[in-house]
Design a binder for this molecule. Structure first.
Ligand code: THU
Length: 162
């Protein structure tokens, strides 16, 4: 009999009124960033707002290009910007808003696999997990207590054997 190797993941579902002022503010900044996204091809505007350990907020949004694969998701724009400018700061929270979506337990604005991979490597290099808040232009907010929770069985530098 094969041995089952299990990883349990879960999200918490919040209505906006249940969130702290700090998280509500982070989400509203991510929403503003989403409104400035460059998404002429998909029309799917996404914004990301990171709260850093120094109290500052770093924003990103998706940037599409006529050469489609050259574009980049909101999350990676925000994470790369944070790490380019403040490499020592810890990333405490990220709010991600997919403007077109009405978020609920059946309709989750989930970050793509490549963004999960990028975010997970930064998370693994810091002492604290990154809290993730996912929402749409309308609807509920889904919270993941870490990036790891979004990417079980992840690929990491451990596998490279260095
Ligand atoms: N997109 C993001 O910015 N973040 C995600 O997590 C999912 C997808 C963008 C990429 C592309 O510009 C558009 O949404 C449609 O896929």
């Amino acid at each position: 009999m094969a041995k089952e190797i299990k990883r349990e993941v879960s999200l918490l579902l919040y209505t906006t009124s249940e969130l702290t002022t700090q998280v509500k503010d982070l989400i509203s900044q991510a929403k503003e960033a989403a409104q400035k996204a460059r998404a002429p091809y998909s029309g799917f505007q996404v914004g990301a707002a990171l709260l850093l350990s120094d109290g500052s907020i770093v924003l990103g949004n998706n940037q599409e290009n006529a050469a489609y694969p050259a574009g980049l998701c909101a999350e990676r724009v925000a994470f790369f910007s944070a790490k380019a400018n403040k490499p020592e700061a810890i990333i405490l929270k990220v709010a991600i808003v997919a403007l077109k979506m009405n978020a609920n337990e059946h309709n989750i604005p989930a970050p793509c696999g490549s963004c999960r991979q990028v975010m997970s490597e930064y998370e693994s290099e810091q002492p604290e997990p990154i809290e993730v808040y996912l929402t749409g232009g309308t609807g509920d907010v889904l919270m993941s207590s870490s990036i790891e929770n979004l990417l079980p069985f992840k690929f990491s530098s451990d596998q490279l054997g260095n």
